[in-house]
Design a protein around this ligand. Sequence first.
Ligand code: NAP
Length: 293
Amino acid sequence: MTAQIIDGKQVAAEMRAELKEKVAELKTQGVTPGLAVVLVGEDPASKSYVTAKERACEEIGVFSNDNRLVADTQEEDLLALIDKLNKDPKINGILVQLPLPKHIDEDKILLAIDPAKDVDGFHPVNVGKMVVGQDAFLPCTPHGIIQLLLRSNVKLEGAEVVIVGRSNIVGKPLASMLIQKSPTGNATVTVCHTRTKNMAEHVKRADIVIAAAGWPNTITADMVKDGAVVIDVGVNRVEDATKKRGYRLAGDVDFEAVKEKASLITPVPGGVGPMTITMLLYNTVQSAEKTLQ
Ligand code: NAP
């Protein structure tokens, strides 16, 4: 069996078109969704993520408020900016690009964001609400994965899902969402990590494998059941002398071999990645809609 490719760019484009319509509708009611993006320092990867987020806002008509601060910005100055953005009625979402420079306490900054504007879904209030199944901003990457699965007609109810990775931004929230008693959950979930014994045995059982370990080739073809759905979250730089920049991007899955066994598979790049920013836009629009309720 050769797997069908789940085209994350295409699904993201569909969702962005839907969001663009919603934004136009909100504007007729006098509301322009606004996202404040905060970047501290000059990290090139963070800069490019922030630029991509701002471009995506522009594409669907969301107003983006750009805050680029020097690397030696003091924690109290960043907290003062967050406080100002919390109080600004034009801002519906606040995104602080991580990682922050070492001298700033990331947890303190994330806690300072008003949970009603926490469109990354990282504030413990939103995390707690998500776990108990209350209305909350859902973290973007796991929510994007669930949307990819649903929009590819993958049945979650009763599915055996094995997630590799237990980080706070991917593995843990994804597991929590997938076990909710809801149409976007109802799966049976196993979460693997570096202390898991016989990981291959767990992965072999899975109807859906989700790899978020951060290492190339963590998932090989011998670990995957025939016909499984494989979602690759990993983004890894692999040396490649044939590329001008000296590397290429690869996921956590041995794509070429696994695609011969899976029924559906996401590529890297072009799979989960485009969905993450889309779900940030989704949360920002949702936050703006709430101001009308
Ligand atoms: P992370 O914080 O480094 O967590 C990695 C997790 O994987 C940990 O729980 C670790 O276990 C586990 N792990 C690592 N190697 C393993 C192995 N060989 N076997 C089993 N478990 C293993 O990473 P993250 O932030 O979740 O990100 C994971 C990957 O996804 C990275 O490549 C990242 O770049 C990518 N990512 C992509 C997007 C996107 O939008 N496309 C978004 C977020 C992340 P322990 O807990 O035991 O250490």
